[in-house]
Design a binder for this molecule. Structure first.
Ligand SMILES: *Cc1c(COP(=O)(O)O)cnc(C)c1O
Length: 414
C-alpha cells in the first residue's frame, strides 16, 4: 500500500530518474502529430483539390486496398463513419426488426445504436473484467431462435477472444461483425482486427489511432458477395446509377479524407510502437511508485468484494491494463482502474492532465434503451468497470517527463 500523503517522487523511484513535467498534458495532442507530417498532408490535400474529385474515386479506392491489405482482408469499402460501417454491415446481411444481435454493454454507443436503429434487439452479454471485452462464456446462454449476429468490440485496442466467438458462431450459424473502431492493426493469434469475423468495421474519427480530418470509416471482409452488397448499400443500392437493387443510403467516404488517411497509414506502425513504448514506461513508473496492483488478483474479487474490503484495490493503488496472451495491443486507450477515481480525477484536473471516463454508463443502462427492460445489477462486470475506469494520455508524442507527471498526479490521488 502506498502512503497517500507522501507519495514517492519520480527521483526516489530511481529507475527513470525523471523530472516530471509541470506543463499541462492533454489527453491527446493531434497538433503534435500534424506538425510532423504537415507538408505531406498538405500535398495530398492539394492533389485532391487539383483533381476536384471529392467523393469516392481513386483516392478512396487506393485507401480501401491499403487498409484491407494492412488488416489482412481481401476487401475494404470506405464509408462515412465507424457508425455507418456498423449500420451498413448489418444492412448487408439484411437484419430485420426483431432480430437479435449479441454484443457487449461496455462500448461506445454506436455499437448498440446501429443495431437498434434497424429495429433489431441488442442482447448484452457481460464483459471479462480483465480485458473489458465480451466474455464468450456468457454468449451461448443468450442465443435464441432470433439471434442472427455476434458483434464483439475490440475495446481500447485489444482484440476480443475471437476463437471462442467464431466457434460459437459456427455452431449456431451466426454472423460475426467485429467492431474494430478502436483496433486497427491489433492482432489476435497473429490475425488482424477485422479479418476474422465475416465483416470488420473501422472508424477514422480524428481521435482513433488512424484518424482523418473529419468523419470516416471502413468495412472489411474476405467475402466477395458481402463486399459487393456493402458497396451497393453505400450508394443508395444503385447499380448502375439510378437503378436501385437495394434500399441503401449515402454512406460514402470523401476523397479528402482518404488522401489524408493514406498519408497517415504509412506512419501508423511507428505511432503504435510509440503507444506501446509509453504503456511500458507507465508500467515501470507505476511499479516503481508502488502503485500498480496485481491485475488478476484484484479483478477476480470483483466490485462487491472490493466494497467489502476483500481486495487490495480498495486500499489505494491502481490496476493497469491487462494484456491477454497472443495479442498485439495497439493502445487506443490506456485505461486504469481505481476505487478512488474521483480523487484521482481531481488530482489530474488540478495539474491540468487530460483524462476521460470511457464509459461512465454501460449501454444496458442508457435511458434510450430502457424499453429493453435491463436493470442495474444485470451485468456486474460492466457496471463495475463503468464505476472504476479512467483513461490516461497515451499518444505517441508524449515525453517520459510528461508520463512521469501523469503518474505523479495519479499517485497524489490514488
Ligand atoms: C468510435 C467508435 C465507433 C463509431 O465510430 P464513428 O466514426 O465515431 O462513427 C463505434 N464503435 C466504437 C467501439 C468506437 O470506439
Amino acid at each position: 500500500m502506498i502512503d497517500r500523503h507522501n507519495p514517492p517522487t519520480t527521483s526516489e523511484r530511481g529507475t527513470w530518474n525523471l523530472q516530471p513535467s509541470t506543463a499541462p498534458v492533454p489527453l491527446l495532442d493531434l497538433k503534435a502529430q500534424y506538425a510532423a507530417i504537415r507538408e505531406e498532408i498538405r500535398a495530398a490535400m492539394d492533389r485532391v483539390a487539383d483533381s476536384q474529385y471529392f467523393i469516392l474515386g481513386p483516392e478512396v479506392e487506393a485507401l480501401e486496398q491499403e487498409v484491407a491489405a494492412y488488416s489482412g482482408c481481401a476487401h475494404g469499402i470506405g464509408v462515412s463513419s465507424g457508425t455507418d460501417a456498423l449500420l451498413v454491415a448489418l444492412m448487408a446481411i439484411d437484419i430485420q426488426p426483431g432480430d437479435e444481435v449479441i454484443t457487449t454493454p461496455y462500448s461506445f454507443f454506436a455499437t448498440a445504436g446501429s443495431i437498434a436503429r434497424l429495429g433489431a434487439v441488442p442482447i448484452f452479454v457481460d464483459i471479462d473484467p480483465l480485458t473489458f471485452n465480451i466474455d464468450p462464456a456468457g454468449i451461448e446462454a443468450r442465443i435464441t431462435a432470433r439471434t442472427r449476429v455476434i458483434m464483439p468490440v475490440h475495446l481500447y485496442g485489444q482484440m476480443a477472444e475471437m476463437d471462442a466467438i467464431m466457434d460459437i458462431a459456427q455452431r449456431h450459424h451466426l454472423v460475426v461483425i467485429e467492431d474494430a473502431a478502436q483496433a486497427i492493426g491489433s492482432e489476435y493469434r497473429g490475425r488482424r482486427a477485422g479479418s476474422i469475423g465475416h465483416m470488420g468495421c473501422f472508424s477514422f474519427f480524428p481521435s482513433k489511432n488512424l484518424g482523418g480530418f473529419g468523419d470516416g470509416g471502413m468495412v472489411t471482409t474476405n467475402d466477395a458477395a458481402l463486399a459487393e452488397r456493402v458497396r451497393l448499400l453505400r450508394g443508395h443500392g444503385a447499380h448502375p446509377k439510378y437503378y436501385h437493387k437495394l434500399i441503401g443510403g449515402n454512406f460514402r467516404l470523401d476523397a479528402l479524407q482518404a488522401a489524408v488517411l493514406r498519408v497517415k497509414l504509412k506512419y501508423l506502425d511507428s505511432w503504435t510502437e510509440g503507444r506501446q513504448r509509453n504503456a511500458a514506461i507507465y508500467r515501470q513508473l507505476f511499479a516503481d511508485g508502488g502503485l500498480a496492483l496485481d491485475t488478476p488478483q484484484c479483478l477476480g474479487a470483483g466490485c462487491r468484494a472490493r466494497a467489502e474490503g476483500a481486495c487490495a484495490l480498495r486500499l489505494g493503488g491502481v490496476v493497469l491494463p491487462y494484456e491477454a496472451p497472443e495479442r498485439r495491443h495497439i493502445y487506443n486507450q490506456f485505461v486504469i482502474r481505481s476505487t478512488r477515481r474521483d480523487n484521482v480525477m481531481a488530482a489530474l484536473k488540478e495539474r491540468k492532465i487530460g483524462h476521460e471516463i470511457y464509459y461512465p454508463v454501460p449501454l444496458h443502462l442508457q435511458e434510450c434503451f430502457a424499453y429493453l427492460g435491463n436493470k442495474s445489477g444485470d451485468l456486474p462486470a460492466s457496471e463495475c468497470a463503468a464505476a472504476e475506469t479512467l483513461a490516461l494520455p497515451i499518444y505517441p508524442e508524449l515525453t517520459e517527463e510528461m508520463l512521469a507527471a501523469v503518474v505523479d498526479a495519479v499517485a497524489a490521488g490514488a
